[in-house]
Each structure stands twice: as C-alpha cells, then as structure tokens.
Design a protein around this ligand. Structure first.
Ligand code: ADP
Ligand code: MG
Length: 703
C-alpha cells in the first residue's frame, strides 16, 4: 500500500472505528473531531509519567511531585468576596493529601469521593496539614501504561481521556505508513523525526523524550504548511503585479516634513526609508508597520500617502471603526493644513490638498458627491472605514493604501481595498505590538518594519492596580490632586458586552454617579460611540481646550485621542479588558511632560486577568506585554482571524518554537524558489490545500 496522505484520513468518519456509536460520534463532533484525521490531530495536552510517581508519605514540604491517590472527601464553598474554594482530601495508602482549589468550583464535582486521580503540585504545610494549592489534576481511569497521554477538552464533551486511546490505536493501525511532505534533505538538516514515527509517539510515547521529539516534528509541519502558504501568497502578489514607481523625494513630502513642529525620530526615519524604497521600487509595497501606541506611525503613514499624491495619484486610509476613522480624518487634516497640490486647471496652477472622510454615517447626498469627486480625481486622500470597500467607491487613480488594522481586517479585506486601484502600494499599520515571531506567522506575507523608539519628551506612567475600596479612594484622590494642579483625567467605564447602546447607557450612568458621589465640584464630560459625530467632536474639543476636567468615556478613547495635559487614566473593572486594550488605554496619558498615572480598578475575576493586570503594573513596554498576552491566551487568539477550522496551530507554540518558525520559513522559501507552484511537491501541496484556510489556499494555487 502506498503511504497515506492526510487527505485520505479525512474521508474516514469516526463512526467507522470500533466502539464509536452515535452518542460517541456526537460527543466527538462537539470536540471538533469528525474524522480519523481530526482524531489523530487531537494531540495530548500533556503526559502523565507514572515512572516518576511518588508516595504522599515520602514527600517533604517544598517538593514538587506527582502522586496518584483516591479521593476520600470533597467540598465546595464560597468566600464572602464571592471567590469559590473547593477542598479535596485524597489518600494513597502512604498518607493523606489536602488539596485546595481557588475559583475552580467544578472540582468538588469532578473529584467525588472514590475517584482516583493524578495530582501534580508543590507540597506545602498549612495549619498542620500537608497540602497542595491548585494542583494540576488528571483523571486517568485504571490505565497502567508507563506514560499516559492526557487529552484536552475530553471531559466537557462527556468523553474521558482514556476512552480515546483505543480509537487512536485503531486510527494509527488504519493509517499505516504516512506520506512524507518534507524532503529528506531538509529532515536531515533540521534533524526532524519521520512522520509515521511522530504520529505514533505523540499519542503513545515510549519515553517522555520521544513525545518531545514527536511534538517537534509535528509542530514543524504546522508551521511549515503555514509558511508555505504565506510565502506563496507573497510571491503570487509580486508576480501578478506591476507597481507604480512613486517619486518619494518630491515637493509635497519635503514641505510636509518641514512644517512638522518636531524632528522625525530615528525610528520614523528608518520606517520612512523602508517605505520609500518600496514605493519607488518596481513591485507594489506590502509592508506591515508595527509600533507601540504613540510611536508616531501616523506621520509616517501620511508621508506615504503624500508620496502618492505628489505623483498625481490618490491615497486611501482605512480604519477599523468609525470613531477611529474620524479621529484619523481630523488628525490628518490638521497635519496637512495649508498644503497645496499642483492643478493645471486652476488659475494659480495649484489648489489646496483635499482630504475627505467616508463612513457609514456619511449622509447619502454627501456620499454621492464625494464619490463623483473621488472618481474625477479631485479628492487626494480618502479616509474611512470598510465603507471604502463598497463597490460604488471608485478612485481615479489609487496609488497608496494605508490600513490601520489593529487585528481587525482579514486578508480578503486587504485584497479588496488593494483591488480599488491597479496594484497600489499597501501599508498595514498595527498599534498592537506582536512579538516578531508571531508577526512572521500572522503577517508572514508582508514585509515588516518595527518602530521601536518613542518620540522624545514622554514621561513615565506609574501604573497602580487599585484592587479594593481603599485603593479606589486613592485613585479618585489622585484625580482630584491632578485636576487641582491644572491637569486632566480620563475615566473609562466598565466594559459591557451586550451592545454599544448599553455601553453608552452605562457610561452615562457612571457619569451621573461620579457627579453625584465623587466629583460634584469638578467639570465632567462624556464621550461614547453612540453620540452624534458633532457632539463627540464638541466633547473632545472641550477636553482638549481644558474646559473639561474629567472625561468619562467608553473605550472610544482607546485610540487616537491625544491630550498631553491629561495625566490620569482610571479604568474601571479593568479585569474585563484585554491586555492590548488596557495598554492602548494607558497610552492616552503620559503624552506630555508631566508625570502620569494609570489606575486599574477592581478585582481580577480570573487567573488570566490577575496576570494581565500584574504585567501592566510591571511594564509599559508593549512588546513585553504582548509576549505575556501570548503566553496567557495562546497563539490561537492571535492567529484566529487568519486560520479557520482544522488549520489552527495545535502544537506549535510561538514561545517554545521560535527556531522552528524560522526554520519553517527558510525551508518554505527554499522549496518555493525552485518550485513556485509545488508541481513537484504534490504531497505538500495537498496538505496546504487541506489544512490551510480554504479560500486562501484556493487563491494560492489559482494564481
Ligand atoms: P501612533 O499612531 O503610533 O500611536 P501618533 O502618530 O498618533 O502615534 O503620534 C502620537 C503623538 O506623537 C502625536 O501627538 C504626534 O503628533 C506626536 N509625534 C509624532 N512623531 C513625533 C516626533 N518625531 N516628535 C515628537 N512628537 C511626535
Ligand atoms: Mg495614532
């Protein structure tokens, strides 16, 4: 029999396996396992190595150990603060172990009296008892092997981890020998195990070392498939397009830079050099500009837009939300005030540079006019939301596209905007720092520029986690002190999931509460996404002019708001916000010369929130925080929009496998250099089609 391709395994449903009846099929489907390939790619989360099992009686305080014991008693309760505590006593013949679980109320149920379980943890002595706090627990049934795989999720769907083992055994038997997508020379060079061995050992390892070697091989495969897709995409775009050679050293760019009230930072200069080289080159630019909040990306992006305009082309800037588009519009218009562009049709031979805004809020009549002007080439720079993508929006000659992405646009949308011109240059900006390795995955089809330097004059921000009522009082006190000293403050209201409208209402209520109970004597203002554009602008304007002391707002202030006189940011119920969001919010202060504070209010409701808030207190470096976030959330979240379904990276971890990411990139590049459409790498091509997002794969092989 010829070696098995993964695709053929995907055609065998799990119902064909012995012992898998209708109920099991359903439960497996709930875990995302429909066919034999899904099952084989459902990898163990960890292993229990029973050779390293210890007896409770032998443990000393401070030892980290694994014990196997039978639960004798379990109870659950809540503290007055609403925290749940589960307590379990277990016995293994040599001694008793007391386990305490915080915020894991379900443990009391899982670990009923009589259950045998594996406990990993550190032995402590507490009130005379031998105890583990939040140990890792696995139920392994009565399996006896030396190394036992523990599978994720299984419990929830009603399938126990030990039920999977025989099915996987059968699936491995059926698979037999696996087809090998990675050429032998590369396997040798990178010291990668064979695929058949790897699938066997990841599920049924002979030693812990073998499971690691297997994991490394299969993680490489994941990264490799993705890099092949990304490099192919990059090449396809390059092949298919002939870009505009922009003049980067023109009058407009020069005058713009001269008119800036500051010198460009080194990072801005370097970024502009990268971009200028792309713009003047033969292929369209495809670049990601990454920089922390406040790094000054806007100036760089506007320079790129002006390079298009000075050559007689148009520029477009797309933002993910209306508020952000509006902010960009106001900011860019400010930056560009007074600049002229050549226009032979006028008496003076030039006219004022024209920047316009288009969002779903633009009234219909105005939109019609705008479209006509755009098509006639009278609008130089158009700023907007995804409204720019609608089919009625036509440019006369779109030269440069800037996409302020913040994780919110997909590959398709980028392609759609690019399609509004003939191969315009594309600059994607993101203010959410992504570790370099992650960027290589998420944006592997783009070139990367990182702006790693802040404009001068920024002052450090002191971050305080105000966990309890006492600290909250201090936060409000600081707001008062700062206002008394002539400064201003933001208060960001708790995040409400439901809708923008509810969010807006809660902001309004919070404003009333603060006015009545806390800041009766201060001038308060309100800002939320449901306000009319004019009202929002009025509120922002009043805040900018110092007519408002405390701006009570929703997350609309997350982006673009630049008021150097604001020195305090209070985020209520901060545990509910994501890391990136909190970092962005904090970035609204510390923009002037006075020292600033950020107060993160409230208890952490989850262990992740706890770590997130602690990290924010510790560091203001966006890249460092991004690494922490990556650890907490796993790469799935970062990669979420790019990959769907089966193609999620399951084993590869950006932290652990940095080297593999680079290796995968290198091999992908080398193979595609010789064989751009993978004509001679059929197995690999098959797998990319099968496991990388459908639409994307289709695009790759078509062009
Ligand atoms: P980002 O978009 O990267 O978050 P912005 O472009 O909004 O940052 O810039 C943040 C602030 O810094 C703006 O007020 C901008 O005018 C200012 N700024 C930008 N570049 C410089 C510079 N080189 N020197 C001083 N201030 C700068
Ligand atoms: Mg900005």
């Amino acid at each position: 029999m010829s070696p098995r391709r993964l695709g053929t395994l995907a055609t065998v449903g799990v119902a064909e396996l012995k012992g898998v009846g209708d109920k099991r099929v359903e439960a497996l489907a709930e875990m995302g396992i429909d066919d034999v390939l899904d099952l084989l790619m459902h990898y163990p989360r960890r292993y229990v190595d029973r050779t390293s099992q210890k007896s409770i009686g032998d443990l000393a305080v401070g030892d980290e150990a694994m014990v196997v014991a039978t639960v004798k008693r379990s109870t659950g309760r809540r503290t007055r603060q609403g925290r749940s505590i589960a307590e379990v006593d277990a016995f293994d013949g040599s001694g008793y172990l007391h386990c305490v679980f915080f915020n894991q109320a379900w443990r009391a149920n899982q670990l009923k009296s009589g259950t045998e379980a594996v406990f990993f943890g550190k032995l402590e002595q507490y009130k005379g008892r031998r105890q583990m706090t939040n140990p890792v627990v696995d139920l392994i049934g009565d399996r006896t092997g030396r190394i036992i795989p523990i599978y994720p999720q299984s419990g929830k769907a009603g399938i126990q981890t030990w039920e999977l083992a025989p099915w996987i055994r059968e699936a491995l038997d059926r698979a037999g020998e696996f087809a090998e997508p990675v050429p032998a020379v590369w396997r040798d060079e990178l010291n990668l195990a064979g695929r058949t061995w790897a699938f066997g050992q990841i599920h049924e390892p002979e030693t812990m070392g073998a499971s690691q070697t297997a994991r490394r091989r299969l993680a490489f495969d994941e990264l490799f498939r993705l890099q092949v897709a990304l490099v192919m995409r990059k090449r396809a775009v390059e092949r298919a397009s002939e870009g505009i050679r922009h003049t980067v050293e023109g009058e407009l760019v020069r005058r713009f830079h001269e008119a800036l009230p500051f010198d460009l930072t080194g990072a801005q200069q370097r970024a502009w050099e990268d971009i200028a080289a792309d713009l003047s080159g033969p292929h369209p630019m495809h670049r990601l500009l990454q920089g922390d909040v406040g790094a000054g990306k806007t100036v760089v992006a506007v320079t790129a837009l002006l390079a298009a305009v000075q050559g007689g082309h148009q520029g477009a800037l797309m933002a993910p939300t209306e508020v952000l588009a509006e902010q960009h519009f106001l900011g860019v218009r400010d930056l560009l005030g007074g600049l002229d562009v050549p226009d032979p049709a006028t008496l003076t031979g030039d006219r004022g540079l024209r920047v316009e805004l288009l969002t779903n809020r633009t009234p219909a009549a105005r939109r019609t006019k705008l479209r006509a002007a755009l098509k006639a080439g009278e609008v130089d720079i158009l700023i907007g939301t995804h409204a720019l993508l609608t089919e009625h929006v036509e440019f006369a000659d779109l030269g440069v596209v800037v996409i302020d992405e913040q994780h919110r646009f997909g590959v398709e949308q980028r392609a759609a905007l690019r399609g509004k011109g003939t191969d315009p240059d594309v600059l994607v900006m993101t203010a959410t720092p992504i570790p370099r390795t992650a960027a290589m995955l998420v944006y592997g089809d783009l070139d990367l520029t990182v702006m790693d330097e802040m404009p001068p004059g920024r002052t450090p921000i002191t971050t305080v986690w105000a966990r309890g009522p006492m600290e909250e009082g201090e936060a409000w006190g600081k707001v008062r002190d700062e206002v008394a000293a002539g400064h201003q403050a933001f208060v960001v209201c708790p995040l409400v999931d439901e809708s923008e409208r509810i969010q807006a209402r809660s902001a309004t209520e919070e404003l009333e509460r603060l006015r009545a109970e806390v800041f009766g004597d201060l001038r308060l203002g309100l800002l939320h996404g449901q306000m009319a554009a004019a009202d929002k602008e009025a509120a922002m304007d009043a805040f900018r002019r110092g007519q408002i002391d405390v701006l009570v707002a929703t997350t609309v202030v997350e982006v673009g708001v630049n008021v150097p006189n604001a020195t305090v940011m209070v985020v209520e119920d901060a545990g509910r916000f994501g890391m990136a969001q909190l970092h962005q919010l904090r970035g609204r202060v510390g923009r002037g010369s006075a020292p600033s504070w950020c107060f993160l209010m409230g208890e952490a409701t989850t262990p992740d929130a706890e770590e997130r808030l602690a990290a924010l207190v510790r560091s203001t470096d966006g890249f460092e925080l991004a690494e922490v976030d990556l650890d907490l959330r796993g790469e799935g979240t970062i990669l979420g929009t790019r990959q769907k379904g089966r193609s999620d990276l399951r084993l590869a971890s950006l932290r652990r496998d940095k080297d593999l990411v680079h290796d995968a990139r290198r091999v992908a590049t080398a193979i595609l250099d010789e064989d751009p459409l993978l004509a001679g790498h059929e197995i690999l091509a098959d797998e990319v089609r099968l496991l990388v997002d459908d639409e994307e794969a289709e695009f790759l092989f078509k062009s």
